[in-house]
Design a protein around this ligand. Structure first.
Ligand code: OFO
Length: 165
């Protein structure tokens, strides 16, 4: 069994993964409506990944003899100014998730729950990957530039990232 404090925190993380999925899905919809097909494709796939992260936590919580509780989720942001803004927000969001995962790992160590600490290692490694991925995307805006066909090229590159990762 998880201690009450860790149980609540793990459940909260599960809901945060759910919220991440909804946010990326909402971003995908915005991108599609603006003609950014590559980005929409990428964000739709990423929304699915976040649901897998949610499922992993759901399974772990239930396997420990606790019960995953699905709470209420706020509607995700639906309006964005530019494509760059979308990806700047994804990067910021992933940084927040990393902070939360580190706090969870810290708490599990403090409580000497080594099984949970070990379970969380997967998320720690995943966050490292995700931050690097979203950072790489933001760099594309600086390298390629947004003038002329720039945005079209950036969107295409983002769509292609799915094949690389
Ligand atoms: Fe994109 O992060 Fe989940 O964990």
């Amino acid at each position: 069994m998880l201690t009450e404090k860790l149980y609540m925190a793990m459940n909260e993380q599960m809901m945060l993964e759910f919220a991440s999925s909804n946010l990326y899905k909402s971003m995908a919809s915005w991108c599609e409506s603006k003609g950014f097909k590559g980005s929409a494709h990428f964000l739709n796939a990423h929304a699915k990944e976040e649901m897998e992260h949610m499922e992993k936590l759901f399974g772990y919580i239930n396997k420990t003899g606790n019960r995953a509780i699905l709470g209420t989720l706020e509607a995700p942001k639906a309006e964005f100014g530019t494509l760059r803004e979308v990806f700047e927000q994804t990067f910021k969001h992933e940084q927040l998730i990393t902070k939360q995962i580190f706090a969870l790992a810290d708490l599990s160590l403090e409580l000497k729950d080594f099984s949970t600490f070990s379970f969380l290692q997967w998320y720690t490694a995943e966050q490292h990957e995700e931050e690097a991925l979203f950072h790489e995307i933001i760099e594309k805006f600086d390298i390629i530039g947004e003038q002329g066909k720039g945005l079209f090229m950036i969107d295409k590159e983002i769509g292609n990232l799915l094949r690389k990762h």
